[in-house]
Write a protein that binds this ligand. Structure first.
Ligand SMILES: NC(=O)c1ccc[n+]([C@@H]2O[C@H](COP(=O)([O-])OP(=O)(O)OC[C@H]3O[C@@H](n4cnc5c(N)ncnc54)[C@H](O)[C@@H]3O)[C@@H](O)[C@H]2O)c1
Length: 351
């Protein structure tokens, strides 16, 4: 089968990161074809795609049909479940979706001659981190929850397929939005720090805040960590910088690059207090005073990526800082699309 060198299959393209990647792919001249079961995604998030087919990555017949129809030269694989806490309560759900279905997906693609795959991996594959130095790709991988393990298993399987070149992008904390393209994060539940700070500060509708458990106000967990200001330091990157990294990884593979793994992060990290300060300034809310709670068990002091390899090999550099993440997230969270989506998801969850 003659493949179309512009067509890229995007699994999970109706989700947060996948939809932004589709936007950047299109701008870069590719023809992104989204497949998504919509188990957690949103139909509106697929409108930037060249085509959308609803279906499950674990359905080999469906994946084959889409490959026959569009003849993609490569795939970006985002489809997965993403909640660490839920994975601890329901490990089988995570191993089924993130590992077993990913295996079916990768094997089916290989059978159709799709030999270039970029995989959304995660910092969770590294497991417990006690050191504060930035994490390199050669650090041992010892996941401590089923989410991280299921993603690592999928990574390992992908690497083992003969004739397929792949890039696993291990990313840390992702934030921000592209409101001008009508895109942003609409997770339900929402466990990520930046939306949980931003939504109350922009006075999001009460029904949205209470559906997301934000009515009690934002709290900092732990102010006695051995970090520059006592609060935990994490690595945040803007979703558009991340999308850009995916396109760079894709080009790397299409130009003959070999299978590899890259960490993606800012390299510096931001403390919770720095995020709070940035939110105060960016959103002009000097009155914002978060509460303080004790540390949560198992939360490391510092978790930041060493992205030197991605800089050297993919020439990737994150360009958008934390103010941009907060500002773009705020604009997105004010949109009726976001509000309607959360209220609909809350109604479904309670019915
Ligand atoms: N959000 C983060 O901060 C973060 C951090 C590190 C890694 N990641 C990884 O990035 C990827 C995307 O994350 P996201 O935040 O965009 O998640 P998301 O939930 O917004 O998007 C995932 C999409 O995959 C779809 N999907 C799930 N299972 C499917 C299946 N079996 N078949 C077809 N479609 C399916 C969902 O409907 C959804 O649209 C995931 O693989 C995740 O592990 C995310």
């Amino acid at each position: 089968m003659q493949l179309d060198p512009s067509v890229v299959l995007v699994s999970g393209g109706a989700g947060y990161i996948g939809s932004h990647a589709v936007h950047v792919l299109k701008t870069a001249g590719f023809t992104p074809v989204v497949i998504d079961s919509l188990v957690n995604g949103n139909l509106w998030a697929t409108r930037g795609a060249s085509a959308f087919r609803k279906g499950d990555i674990g359905d080999a017949g469906f994946v084959r049909t889409v490959c026959d129809e569009f003849r993609p030269v490569a795939a970006l694989h985002f489809a997965a479940f993403i909640e660490v806490g839920e994975s601890v309560k329901a490990p089988e759900k995570y191993f089924m979706n993130n590992r077993e279905k990913a295996r079916v997906f990768f094997d089916t693609l290989a059978g159709k001659g799709v030999r270039n795959v970029v995989f959304s991996s995660t910092a969770a594959v590294y497991g417990e981190v006690t050191e504060s130095a930035p994490i390199r790709e050669d650090r041992p991988t010892r996941p401590v929850n089923p989410y991280g393990q299921s993603k690592l298993d999928a990574e390992t399987h992908l690497r083992s397929i003969t004739g397929v070149n792949s890039v696993a992008l291990r990313y840390f904390n992702v934030a921000g939005a592209e409101p001008d393209a009508g895109l942003g994060e609409a997770h339900f539940p929402e466990t990520h720090l930046i939306p949980r700070i931003v939504l109350p500060l922009i006075d999001a509708p009460e029904a949205v805040q209470s559906a997301l458990g934000l009515a009690t106000g934002f709290k900092i967990f732990g102010t006695d960590y051995p970090t520059r200001d006592g609060t935990a330091v994490r690595d945040y990157i803007h979703v558009m910088d991340l999308a850009d990294a995916h396109v760079r990884a894709l080009r790397y593979l299409l130009e003959g690059g070999k299978t590899d793994v890259f960490n993606l992060g800012s390299g510096a990290g931001y403390s919770v207090k720095e995020i709070v300060e940035a939110a105060r300034t960016t959103l002009k809310r000097s009155d914002f005073k978060p509460g303080v709670e004790l540390r949560r068990e198992g939360d490391p002091a510092t978790l930041i990526a060493d992205s030197t390899k991605a800089r050297d090999i993919l020439s990737w550099r994150p360009e958008r800082g934390v103010e941009h993440m907060i500002d773009s997230a705020a604009a997105w969270h004010r949109s009726p699309t976001y509000t309607d989506t959360i209220l609909k998801k809350a109604t479904i969850a309670s019915s």
